[in-house]
Design a protein around this ligand. Sequence first.
Ligand code: ADE
Length: 230
Amino acid sequence: MLRFDVMTLFPEMVAAPLSESIIGRAQKAEKLCVVCHNIRDYSKDRHRRVDDTPYGGGMGMLMMPDPVYDCFEAIPKVGEHRRVIYLSPKGALLTQKKAKELSELDQVILLCGHYEGIDQRVLDEIVEEEISIGDYVLTGGELAAAVLIDAVGRLVDGVLPDPICHEEESLSSGLLEYPQYTRPVEWHGVRVPEVLQNGNHQKIREWRQQKAIELTVARRPDLLGDKGDR
Ligand code: ADE
């Protein structure tokens, strides 16, 4: 079972979105587990403070190294294959390939920053990898951690009903997914493409492949030609 440990000042921001739907069900079925740790519980300060002003001046507050380090040390280390990841806009962009790699580990420990960031010394000591979920800046790493857990968690064995699902779909194949239709056969004057209705599976495969290629050329030509990265 893959175990995620999340170090954060706002555990509910991570836990809440992962308690619903497929990942929620997977947790109940013990296909994976998500344990959130409140960094504030490791503050030695009488007022439970975890942040302080940056040396050299500048805007905002930084998370102090000790509560982060003590939180990390309190996390039980499970399995042989573990990774410690800091969510940050400075990190390498999260890709489907990276999600697949992480889904094969025993434990993924995620560190979420807040305020203006975290003292560099504790990052240098405990973090193995920095990951960004996109070229925009969030108020903290919590939503990024939830996104990463969702993307990685759905690749864990037994989480999706049918493993074929992720082989065929968007990005795993290196292409965007073809359009899909369900009943009614005509809706708002638009009919479901004839080829999908006649049960010729070879023809259906060809049509879907063709649509996936057209869509990828039109919207994400950058995905073509470097399949291996995604
Ligand atoms: N923290 C703030 N912005 C982020 C981003 N884009 N990805 C990951 N962590 C972040």
